[in-house]
Structure formats: C-alpha cells, structure tokens
Design a protein around this ligand. Structure first.
Ligand SMILES: [Zn+2]
Length: 315
C-alpha cells in the first residue's frame, strides 16, 4: 500500500474540535448534548440537518485562544505519521468573521494568539500550517468585503489564502471584486465549488473570480469541458471522501478516478473531521478504495504534497 500524503489538504478549524473534548467541556459547563449531535457522532444519523446541528454545537466551544490551540492540536493528531521524517502540513480553513463578528465567541487577537500557540506545538512535531480565510458564499459579496476588512489590517504572515464556502447560491462573477481585492492584498484564491452548487460554478470561479484551487468540485463530472478546464489550468482540487459521501446528495461513486484520468491535480483532505469523524489515513484508504490504479494513487500522493500551501511555506 502506498503511504498517505504528508499533508491534510483541506480541514476547517471550526470542524476540528475533538468530540471527547467537546463532551467534557459540555459536562463542565452543564450543557446538554443534543440527541441529534450524539447520533451524528456515533454514525446513527446522516442528514445535512444533523451535520449542521453537530457542527454548530461543537463550534460554540471555540471561545478562547486555548480552545483554538486545542482544535489545531486535534487536527495535527489526525495527520498520518511521516516515515521519511519530512515536514508534514495542514492547509487550515478558518472563519474569523463567523467566530469574531457573527458569534462574538472571541476577539480576533485571541483567535490569532490561539492559532499561533497551536502552530508552535505543531512545529515541534514537524508540522507546518497555512491558514486560508473562509467567507460565506450565500452571505454575498458585501459580507466578503467585511471579512477582508476584518483580517487585512492585522494579517499574520501565515494567513496565505482567501476562500468562499457555504451554500453556492451567489454567482462567482458577483464575488469577483472581492477575490480581486484579496489577490491584490497578496492572498492566494480558493473556493468551495461544485459541492452543493452546479458544475458551472466551478468554471465561473476559475474564469471570472481567478480562483486557482477548488474544494470538492464533485459535480465537475457533469461537464467534460469543466474537467478539461481544471486539468488545463492545473487548478488544484481538494477531495474529501467522508465529507463528500455525507454531504453531496446521491453521490454513490467518488469522482476521484475520473478526475485523475482527466489529468486533474488532486489532494486529499478531511474537511470537518471532528464532526464527520475521520482522519487522513482513513481518507487515504477511502481514496484507494475508489479503484485508483497504483500509478494514479502515487500521482495523487505527489500532487497532494506539491500543491499544499502549508508545505510551500518557507521553501
Ligand atoms: Zn470545506
């Protein structure tokens, strides 16, 4: 078996808290864990509603620098060991506007401090972390500008990218000015696209918003021209099997084999591994189980690492 890549190419800070830690915090604070959340953690519930409820319940405990550092430490623990002793990495999506402005769970400086603390502990284990700021597509471009207003004035050097997530309801052409502003500020551009929105959103994100990386892209298989576009432009695609099977309705076979056949550069990520319980080794096994031949699996491992923003830091 080819060993897993050295990097988790897509994971959210807000979805990384360890359920055991959340359980003990809930007990300490006298908060009852909702039945649906318990059922989701234990794999007895599979609905999108259960996912959102679990995500929001756990995310509410991310209210101090210490909790932020703990979430990052849990993400580090979900990486696969590196037999070669080479650096490992996490491309970490973070939603500062959600935590600081919407939910008011902690201040921006507490969030940055917690991340720095988590990164120190990660570095001691040979793990590099790159942060990608996530905005919410369905909140629209005005929200996107607010996210940039919040972070651009006080941006640590390890914040390297800007992305959108959430429901893909607002066309990327409307988001283009926000992406352009982020690009001019020196951030690299990514977007969740082709997950809960149409394949055409992937084309628009690339051609109109200048995005160089697509998270999920599952629905790209609906249009061969989009597969070609992803390959031609060498757009990196982050594939997260557990999350895709849980959240993309009707997905029976993962599109990874088709992506690799089309020459698309893909990587493997865990997405929200504290919510939809998984780790990188497990995701790698699932990728292998999609029926990839050994040379394709080897390519997947190589591209996972080559295109990881965390592993490009300091090189
Ligand atoms: Zn994601």
């Amino acid at each position: 078996m080819i060993p897993p890549p050295r990097v988790d190419r897509h994971t959210h800070l807000e979805g990384s808290l360890d359920p055991a830690w959340v359980r003990s915090e809930a007990a300490r604070l006298g908060r009852t864990i909702p039945g649906l959340t318990e059922a989701f953690w234990e794999g007895r519930a599979h609905s999108f509603e259960a996912f959102i409820e679990t995500f929001l319940f756990a995310c509410a405990f991310l209210d101090s620098g210490e909790a932020v550092a703990g979430a990052l430490e849990a993400a580090v623990a979900r990486l696969a060991p590196s037999a070669e002793g080479l650096p490992r990495g996490i491309d970490l999506w973070v939603s500062p506007h959600w935590l600081v402005r919407e939910r008011k769970q902690l201040s921006l400086s507490e969030l940055w401090k917690g991340l720095e603390q988590g990164m120190e502990s990660a570095a001691a284990q040979g793990v590099r972390v790159a942060v990608i700021i996530d905005a919410v597509n369905h909140f629209g471009p005005a929200h996107g500008h607010e996210v940039l207003d919040l972070v651009l004035g006080d941006r640590p050097p390890w914040v390297v990218g800007f992305s959108t997530g959430g429901m893909e309801r607002v066309p990327f052409r409307e988001w283009a000015p926000v992406f352009e502003r982020a690009r001019k500020a020196g951030l690299r551009l990514a977007a969740h696209a082709g997950e809960n929105g149409p394949a055409s959103g992937i084309r628009e994100a690339i051609l109109e918003a200048g995005v160089e990386r697509i998270v999920h892209a599952v629905r790209a298989t609906e249009d061969p021209a989009i597969l070609e576009l992803l390959a031609e432009r060498r757009v990196a695609v982050d594939a997260c099997p557990t999350s895709n099977f849980a959240l993309v309705p009707g997905l029976e076979r993962h599109p990874l084999p088709r992506f690799l056949e089309a020459g698309i550069r893909c990587g493997i990520g865990t997405d929200d591994p504290g919510v939809m319980i998984c780790d990188l080794s497990g995701e790698w096994r699932k990728a292998a189980e999609t029926g990839l031949p050994p040379d394709a699996l080897q390519r997947l491992r190589q591209h996972s690492e080559e295109d990881a923003w965390s592993l490009q830091i300091g090189t």
